[in-house]
Write a protein that binds this ligand. Structure first.
Ligand code: LP5
Ligand code: MN
Length: 270
């Protein structure tokens, strides 16, 4: 059973921002989003792949200018509101030092959010892509503490080189992968949701924003968060989920919002 995080009030959830030195426009959009969140959201959860590739918390000792700007904005939010960071497949090395640095709390890979709209299970979503055997193998390896310690003991420059190589290998591999393999599997979703009655499951990672029914849970729906990209051709992509009162809404740039009125099983304790 995943751990529970009680979150009264307005909760905003975003993921797959992929912030980094090559995404200045996306960073600008995110800074504007944080200002809005500071005014409207009691809690903000960033659900993994916040950064395009996180090579260790010690970057904050001499941060690149883009990281300084992002961290300062996160600190400003975290100083006034509740900020939570979840790790994805690009930033699984995010650690307690960076969380403290931005006044955030680190969330486990799966967490039960006890919200005004009821219980919402949340995860990054990569662990549900069970048909992607190569990725699940990668995930098993890079989550090994000894390998992470070995990697983090390397100089930052070498770590960046390894991360760049991993990104390149990943991009190449996806050229030959069936799209279906890179989506969640129904069995993984059903298993994740079977353990407890839910109002919703929220995840990112697949970059396929939508709302889906959940087999075996007629009241609940699976919500997929959008990825953010304002730096490449075409209209800016991005958005977030808002939970307020009994309503969960998916808000994507340039699209009508999609909402679900949830029926919390038990009145939320304020
Ligand atoms: O990330 P994305 O969207 O391209 O694709 C993901 C899966 N790929 C990954 C790999 C990440 O992109 C790599 C990020 C690097 C983080 C920094 C630190 C790394 C060092 C680790 C040390 C402990 O997550 C991709 C999925 C796709 O999502 C859809 O779900 O298909 O999975 C793969 O591509 C599987 C490949 O096997 C991944 C191989 C990565 C390279 C492995 C080691 C390289 C070492 C190079 C040494 C010089
Ligand atoms: Mn991801």
């Amino acid at each position: 059973m995943p751990s529970k995080q009680t979150l009264p009030g307005v909760v905003w959830i975003a993921a797959d921002l992929h912030l980094g030195p090559d995404n200045p426009a996306t960073i600008q959009d995110f800074l504007r989003f944080l200002d809005k969140a500071k005014a409207q959201a009691d809690a903000l959860i960033l659900g993994g792949d916040i950064f395009n590739a996180w090579i260790g918390d010690d970057q904050i000792a001499r941060p690149a200018p883009w990281l300084s700007r992002v961290s300062a904005a996160l600190q400003a939010y975290g100083a006034r509101r509740r900020l939570f960071l979840m790790r994805g497949n690009r930033d699984f090395l995010l650690g307690p030092a960076y969380a403290r640095h931005v006044h955030a709390s680190l969330l486990p890979d799966q967490v039960l959010l006890d919200t005004s709209a009821g219980l919402v299970l949340m995860s990054h979503g990569d662990e549900y892509c069970l048909d992607d055997a190569a990725y699940q193998r990668f995930r098993r390896w890079v989550r090994k503490p000894w390998l992470q310690s070995l990697y983090l003991a390397c100089p930052l420059g070498l770590r960046q080189h390894i991360a760049d190589a991993a990104r390149a290998r990943s991009r190449r591999g996806q050229l030959y992968k069936n799209m279906q393999i890179m989506d969640v599997t129904q069995s993984a979703i059903e298993q994740a949701c079977a353990a407890q009655p839910l109002q919703a499951l929220v995840h990112g990672h697949t970059h396929r924003p939508a709302s889906h029914a959940i087999p075996g849970q007629p009241e609940a729906r699976r919500w997929v968060l959008p990825d953010w990209d304002s730096d490449h051709d075409g209209p800016a992509r991005g958005g977030y989920i808002s939970i307020q009162g009994a309503e969960l809404c998916l808000r994507q740039w340039g699209r009508p919002e999609q909402c679900q009125t949830l029926n919390p099983q038990e009145p939320h304790r304020t």
